[in-house]
Structure formats: C-alpha cells, structure tokens
Design a protein around this ligand. Structure first.
Ligand SMILES: CNc1ncnc2c1ncn2[C@@H]1O[C@H](COP(=O)(O)O)[C@@H](O)[C@H]1O
Ligand SMILES: [Zn+2]
Length: 361
C-alpha cells in the first residue's frame, strides 16, 4: 500500500533479496505510513492525515513544500517514547527490506513541552539501535548526528560538541556528522568552523551539497574540507549551472555521492528519472551509492530505488550487485565492519543471482 511501484513477483524478489547498504536516511523522513498512523492515534488533536506526511505516486512537491512536511512529522514525534518507537520501526523496516548496514541520521531536537533534550534525543536513538541489536535483527546500524543549517553557527558548534562526546562514549555507534536542512536557508561559510572541528576530532562528514542551483560558491568552499561523502550533488555539473572545477574536486578527492532518485524527482530538483545525475557519475566510474533520503515522505524503499536505477539506466543484475557491493567501500564504520559486510555479500551472491544465471544459460 505504502509504495509507489507495483513490482512483479520475480523482479521484486531479486531486489528485496539483494543485500543493501543505506547511507542516506533521515530518521523523521523515513517514518512509514504504519508508524505515522500509530502516532496520529496517540495525538488525535493534531488532525494529521496521510496526505500531509507523504508524497504519493506521480505527485510532485517543491522542495519548500517538502520542508513543510518535516514540520508536521516533528509535531507527531516530539517525545522520548515517540523517538524510540520511530527509530525501532524504521530500523526494522530497513532490515525487512534487505538492508544489512544502515547509517541513520537525525537532528537532535529539544522539545520544552515534553522535556526532551538534545542529549536525551541522541541517547534514545542509540537505545533503539541497541534494542534492535538485542533482538538480533540482521542489520548493522550506525548514527550520524545532523546539523540543520537553518539553526546557524552557534547551534552547529554545540551539535558538533555533542557528537564528539557520543563518538567517544557510544562504542562506535556514532560515526559522523550530517549537514542538512533547507538548502536555501543560511550559508555554509558560517558553519565551516564547526565542520572543521568535527573533522579534526575524527567525525566523518556527509554534507548535502548543491542540492539546489546557484550554490557554486558554498559548494566550492565546503569541498575544501573535504567532506567524506556528498548528499545529492544535483547541481555540480556544468550543464545544470555547476562547474568543471567542482566536478574535478569531487573526482580528485574520490568523494562518494549519495544519490536519491525518487527524492530528487518528487522534490522537483530533477525533472525526470532519466535525467538523474546518477547517469553521469555512474558512467564516469565514480563511487555512487543509491539511497532513499526519506523513505516515508517519498513513499519508497531501497529495493525500489535500486530497481528504478536499473530500469531507468539499463543495469544488468550483475551490475546492480556490484553497485550494492561497492557501497560497502563508502561506509563510515571502521575497516573490520567493511570486511564483515564483504564476507556477507560473498556468501549471498550465488543465491541472490541464481535466477539471473538461469536466464542466461
Ligand atoms: C529532501 N531533501 C532534504 N534536503 C535537506 N535536508 C533534508 C532533506 N530531507 C530531510 N532533511 C533533513 O532531515 C530532517 C528530518 O529528519 P530528522 O528530524 O533530522 O530526523 C529535516 O528537517 C531536514 O533537516
Ligand atoms: Zn537528505
């Protein structure tokens, strides 16, 4: 019900069984319809309807309207117990979709009305991750602390300090920092000191860069850090208003791109799937990781995103397998974790690709 694409049996089995790595998922954008229903029942006074928190098949919204949606979800998710439930549900859903390694990101929020603090917010997400581990779900989950750019330099620095504390105390669960939020608000220049400090203290950086046009100057500045991964990078290319020098910097530093097809099409920063910049970077052989961004808001899941990439750009199943496997190289957790994942992929390969072999022999 919640998904756009009606996948036929055998196709959907392949994409679901494909072991996957999800590196770009905002917690509150990933909340499923089922979880929203539970929350709405608990908070009937908010009068939240389905159409207010999700963008369905064929629908488009401006990016600005997408950010209105997050405000509504934040009203529904404003207490410690909500965050615990949401995080556990989201992790369980990713696991059911065949995601074996997940980096979840979220902006720590203080909510005066419920007594929630930013510190408690992060602790609660980590607690949810731990509970899922105890339930022996087949998924390794890590956390990126997010900076919402609209909140400015001071909050960004405060967030970095919090992330540093948790990096040291969370037994490897907190691995990095995300920069996100409405890209039309604020300037990356002001956040540079906080981001530099984060990088120096060992936090990995994933930055939303050039998600909207005309951010050449900001992107150029932030690429100097350089970030460890880039979210979207939709307007890096010269033909959409970026520049060759930006592209060269990304290539030279081998900075992986987190690419979210449905998010960009529904948020109208990319006119159609076939125009997605995945094509350019993939053909270049540059590290690209297919991600969902906000699976709840955009009504998708990672299996569907892989299938869309494959059908739009004509990827064979072998190529899809390689794409999902190469995502392991881009994770922020340490090398031992990468080794474990490579081992897991190797063990699953013949089983997952067996249908393909039947087709060709
Ligand atoms: C669609 N493209 C996008 N571009 C930029 N930032 C986005 C985003 N989608 C989500 N977020 C960021 O994630 C928050 C919701 O999750 P959390 O409350 O942090 O878990 C949004 O408020 C925004 O800051
Ligand atoms: Zn994002």
């Amino acid at each position: 019900v919640a998904l756009d694409l009606e996948m036929d049996g055998e196709e959907s089995v392949f994409y679901r069984q494909l072991p996957k790595v999800e590196l770009h998922a905002h917690l509150n954008g990933s909340v499923s319809f089922q979880t929203i229903e539970k929350l709405s029942k608990q908070k009937p006074h908010l009068n939240i309807e389905r159409s207010m928190t999700a963008i369905g098949k064929g629908q488009r919204r401006t990016l600005d309207e997408c950010f209105q949606v997050f405000k509504i979800i934040h009203q529904l998710v404003d207490a410690e117990e909500d965050i615990l439930m949401v995080a556990k549900d989201v992790i369980t859903e990713f696991a059911a979709d065949g995601v074996k390694y997940l980096e979840l990101r979220s902006t720590p929020r203080e909510e005066k009305t419920t007594g929630l603090t930013k510190k408690r917010y992060i602790e609660t997400v980590l607690n949810a991750i731990q509970q899922c581990k105890n339930e022996e779900l087949d998924i390794d989950v890590r956390f990126l602390v997010a900076i919402d750019r609209r909140n400015g330099a001071e909050v960004a620095m405060e967030t970095v300090k919090l992330a540093e504390e948790f990096m040291l105390s969370s037994d490897g669960l907190v691995v990095g920092l995300d920069l996100s939020g409405d890209p039309t608000v604020g300037h990356g220049r002001d956040l540079l000191p906080a981001l530099r400090r984060a990088k120096n203290s060992g936090l990995k950086l994933s930055l939303h860069l050039s998600e909207v046009p005309s951010q050449l100057e900001e992107t150029d500045l932030l690429l100097e850090l350089p970030p460890d991964r880039i979210g979207h990078g939709t307007f890096l290319l010269p033909e959409v208003g970026g520049s060759k020098s930006l592209v060269d910097k990304v290539v030279k530093n081998h900075i992986p791109l987190e690419l979210c097809l449905t998010s960009n099409v529904k948020g109208q920063t990319v006119p159609a799937y076939s125009n997605h910049h995945f094509k350019y970077w993939y053909q270049l052989g540059h590290p690209c990781v297919i991600c969902t961004d906000d699976k709840g808001v955009f009504c998708t899941d990672l299996s569907q995103e892989y299938q869309l990439a494959a059908s739009t750009f004509g990827l064979s199943r072998e190529a899809v397998w390689t794409l999902s496997q190469q995502a392991i190289d881009c994770i922020f957790a340490q090398d031992g974790v990468k080794q474990q994942l490579r081992h897991k992929w190797a063990g699953m390969k013949s089983q997952v690709l067996k249908f393909t072999q039947c087709h060709y022999t």
